[in-house]
Design a protein around this ligand. Sequence first.
Ligand SMILES: [Zn+2]
Length: 266
Amino acid sequence: MTGQHCWGYGEEDGPSEWYRYFPIAQGNRQSPINIVANQAVFNASLKPLVVSYDQCTSISLSNNGHSVMVEFEDNDDKTVITGGPLNDSYRLKQFHFHWGTQRHEGSEHTVDGKSYPCELHLVHWNAKSYATFAEAAAASDGLVVIGVFLEIGEEHPDLNRLTDALYMVRFKGTKAQFHNFNPKCLLPENLDYWTYPGSLTTPPLNESVIWMVLKQPISVSEKQMERFRKTLLFNGEEEEERIHMVNNFRPPQPLNGRKVQASFKC
Ligand SMILES: [Zn+2]
């Protein structure tokens, strides 16, 4: 465990129990949420999201016991997002996924009550205002997470490089080199988004995230989703238990009066 408290997605340590060690779980800007499309407010002043991942440098693939994650070099501004609701540029730090056991569940955000089988999170931090990722993660405007829904359909050829590498990080706490992977290939064509103020969806659940959830899902095959569900384990190699890493998603949290804004008209 990275923190001092164990948490997970099981019956005893899952999302409904997180508040015991992380009281902010019951805070008023928690994520994910259910996005009600016709209650999102179109804001004409929201600029398009600009993704500058051209010089992007991936480093590693790892299993942290909660998800599978790809980390990036983030010591300069070569891999950033700008535009949208943001005043500054935000550097890409890592991306990871949340998924279920079947196609009707797995995403964290839902749209009009509908879940997708998987959700990709690209985590960025504000290096203009904060010195480190940790410092940004403690500030109300420190992080931007782009959420991308995955739906079942055509195979996603670019995702195979990642699913082919999953066997190297089967166990919790394992890490493998993973160079030259540009996550721009995992974004949909249309970058229309919903945005709202929220939190990390895993402990410590900091209320430090400006969320940008993309409207258009990307398509992956059932076989590709099965690679996530069948290869990865929640357990370390030394543990006797072998629990498949599935259902690593937090359910929607109360909106508490927050407004979801849309960059597009319905
Ligand atoms: Zn996430």
